[in-house]
Design a protein around this ligand. Structure first.
Ligand code: FCB
Length: 468
């Protein structure tokens, strides 16, 4: 439908800005496996996955797609795909097994080997410092609701900057702190599985604080206030990845429009505004007087506002909300009329352009944007000969989202890159291996990788031989 609404001219990846970064993304616990090798410590996800009833079918990341050993093959798949960047994450318990004190050189070695292989195949190494695998020892001491964890994160980050600074081309501090805070400590759906709103918001504050301290440590080490200031000296940019939401009102009634605005408070403004020097949104805490607002100490907000170099956005779908005066927060989500993916998430490409425009305006164009994750789960199966995997739904999903991103670019949003989630099927958190997000099919029995049709489609898009 959307295609028919647009101008009939050819649209190709060449219309994205020069130097646009095409990439694929993944995260340590989801793909690495090798959880007991080379001195890796335990993380909250090892514990959570082993707790009966937490992860579907009792699946764990113990082996996953074994990228720890098979990374050369995966990097080759990336090169053949034509991407210029791989966004992976560093497993904190691999490089600092107990989350404080002693670092583990063998853990760093893995990320050096991975980066060397990426560079050898002409791909940028884009590292996320925290994609949810908190060392279990830190959780035992109270986890993210404890202020000290923020400083432990900054210490770990400084260790990574020192050891891996020559290997990494772009740093992301946190992946989706909303998930770590709210799914982990409030809703209990993710590790470590707590259910306390106050813990959730305290965790959120400490995550944001820890990354502020980490960015300050990075600036001290590189001797510049921003990556741009480094001039001829190459300093890898540092940013953050958020999963913000800018819900759409279900109708044009002013009540629903107001509800959609309120819905952005805790999911979006809480995680974005303090980074821009603005206060935490207050409406939510007024609606829930029994909930403790985050424990902010003097100087915290300034630390959180430490400038970064780019803002990463993960986008999967656009929620729809209506007014709901029966709830203290005054809104509730409703189902949309769109088709859904295997996650039950609606397919809403137009929401991506709206989201990019909203964020770009909200931050007053202060930081360039990257889509650090976008993709979908589909019920993929191999063909009977085992050689192909036809995933037309994902090809359509990607094409429509690329096109929506280009719409935003054409309207002036400074979007510099796009990372597809994910290179390969992997451990989808509490859903285990039941959801396939890869553009490469993983056969978990024999570790065979089979590129799906969407992989070939993306290859043609990147090379410019296929239209969006
Ligand atoms: C995001 C996570 C990522 C992956 C995708 C499907 O929220 O960052 O690890 O699970 O969802």
């Amino acid at each position: 439908m959307k295609g028919q609404q647009r101008s009939p001219q050819r649209r190709s990846s060449a219309e994205f800005p020069t130097g646009f970064l095409w990439g694929v993304a993944a995260a340590s616990y989801q793909v690495e496996g090798a959880v007991n090798e080379d001195g890796r410590g335990q993380s909250i996800w090892d514990t959570f996955a082993r707790t009966p009833g937490k992860v579907r079918h009792g699946h764990t990341g113990d082996t996953s797609v074994d990228q720890y050993h098979r990374y050369p093959e995966d990097v080759t798949l990336m090169r053949e795909l034509g991407v210029s960047a791989y966004r992976y994450s560093i497993a904190w318990p691999r490089v600092q097994p107990d989350g404080s004190g002693i670092f583990n050189p063998k853990g760093f070695d893995y990320y050096k080997r991975l980066s060397d292989e990426l560079h050898r195949q002409n791909i940028k190494s884009v590292a996320t410092l925290y994609h949810w695998d908190l060392p279990q020892a830190l959780e035992d001491a109270g986890g993210w609701p404890q202020r000290d964890t923020a400083y432990r994160f900054a210490e770990y980050a400084a260790g990574c900057f020192a050891e891996l600074g020559d290997h990494v081309d772009m740093w992301t501090t946190l992946n989706e702190p909303w998930c770590s805070a709210v799914l982990g400590y409030d809703l209990g759906e993710h590790a470590p599985g707590h259910t306390s709103k106050s813990k959730g918001w305290a965790a959120g504050h400490h995550l944001m604080l820890g990354r502020g301290v980490a960015v300050q440590a990075y600036r001290a080490l590189t001797g510049t206030a921003t990556a741009e200031q480094a001039g001829a000296r190459v300093v890898a940019p540092i940013g953050i990845t958020h999963n913000l939401e800018t819900p759409r009102p279900a109708t044009r009634h002013p009540e629903d429009i107001a509800a959609a605005d309120r819905a952005a408070d805790m999911r979006t403004r809480f995680f974005l505004d303090p980074m821009l020097g603005r206060p935490y949104p207050q409406r939510h805490f007024a609606a829930y007087p029994e909930e403790m607002p985050p424990p902010v100490l003097d100087g915290d907000m300034e630390t959180i506002a430490t400038p970064i170099d780019f803002l990463g956005l993960n986008y999967y779908f656009e929620p729809v909300v209506v007014t709901a005066p029966e709830y203290p927060e005054g809104f509730r989500a409703v189902n949309s009329y769109h088709e859904t993916t295997d996650m039950g998430w609606p397919v809403t490409p137009l929401g991506l352009s709206r989201h990019l425009r909203w964020v770009w305006n909200h931050i007053d164009g202060r930081y360039p944007l990257y889509i650090t994750e976008n993709g979908c789960a589909m019920p993929d199966e191999l063909t009977p000969d085992g050689l192909r995997c036809h995933d037309p739904g994902r090809v359509r999903y990607l094409r429509d989202h690329f096109s929506a991103a280009l719409d935003a670019v054409e309207e002036g949003v400074d979007l510099r890159g796009y990372f597809v989630w994910s290179l390969i099927d992997n451990f989808e958190w509490s859903l285990g291996y039941t959801k396939r997000f890869g553009i490469v099919y993983a056969d978990y029995v024999n570790q065979r990788r089979v590129p799906k049709d969407s992989y070939y489609y993306l290859r043609e898009v990147i090379s410019g031989t296929e239209d969006l």
